[in-house]
Design a protein around this ligand. Structure first.
Ligand code: HEM
Length: 228
């Protein structure tokens, strides 16, 4: 176990785990967005509610969800530790031969953006996930047993401009975090190639824009056209 503790406490070990958990979390974001698009079906929430029931009762998905929560926490904790170590290192005199490189605003502020995304996630999960699991949510019956009416819950939440505003801030912070994070993860994993690195950078930026637009369409559309 000693090698594992050494790995977890080394800067490169932490960065590798950050990259792998980050890429897993991006794949979750793509699946989550595709699932949420069922909210846009013109069926008063039936497809979304049936889908939500499946996602919360299927044993395999329940198991993957536990991994997801663990990865969110690991990514957040290691991110803060790396940030704090980098700060300490920067306060010491730079080594001989040190050249200051041009770095983007996103790359300099990954920790701040990560904290904003985490704060958003706490609000988001408190409102939907926690209430779905432990709170009182009305049920509906589409002919195959009772299912929780999560669609009505989403509709009620997105009726408030304050909630929509929180989503705009949280999702924009997520987009900027991914703008740098996607290419940075591949770099840490050692993908450095004249031909493929520019492709990975463009893919990361394209994906960030698509996720931001996709995740913002939902609260804004609900607020403007489907307010409860
Ligand atoms: C803007 C549109 C969004 C909508 C409508 C939405 C909707 C939902 C709903 C209804 C749930 C509860 C599902 C359940 O417990 O069955 C949920 C869970 C969750 N959402 Fe979102 N979400 C949105 C954006 C986001 C974003 C941007 C993130 C990440 C930063 C995110 C991360 C999560 C996570 C981690 C869970 C818990 C998943 C699980 O338990 O497996 N969501 N979301």
């Amino acid at each position: 176990m000693n090698w594992f503790t050494n790995f977890l406490t080394s800067s490169i070990g932490r960065k590798l785990i950050m990259s792998l958990t980050g890429l897993f979390l991006i794949s979750f974001l793509i699946v989550h967005l595709l699932g949420n698009f069922q909210l846009l079906k013109n069926d008063a929430g039936e497809a979304f509610n049936v889908y939500a029931k499946f996602m919360t009762s299927n044993p395999l998905i329940k198991f993957i969800s536990i991994g997801l929560y663990a990865m969110i926490l690991l990514h957040a904790v290691l991110g803060i530790l790396l940030w704090s170590n980098n700060r300490k290192a920067k306060s010491t005199v730079p080594a001989v031969g040190y050249r200051s490189e041009k770095v983007s605003w996103a790359s300099k502020n990954m920790a701040l953006l990560g904290i904003l995304v985490f704060a958003f996630l706490c609000i988001h999960m408190g409102d939907f996930w926690f209430k779905m699991k432990f709170g009182e949510v009305a049920t509906v019956n589409y002919g195959d047993g009772e299912v929780k009416d999560l669609y009505a819950k989403v509709q009620a939440s997105f009726s408030s401009w304050l909630v929509v505003f929180a989503y705009i801030i949280g999702v924009l912070a997520l987009g900027v975090h991914l703008w740098h994070g996607f290419e940075s993860a591949f770099q840490t994993l050692g993908f450095n190639h004249n031909k493929y690195t520019p492709l990975i950078k463009s893919l990361g930026k394209g994906l960030s824009v698509i996720l931001v637009i996709g995740y913002l369409i939902l609260p804004i559309y609900f607020k403007l056209f489907l307010s409860a």
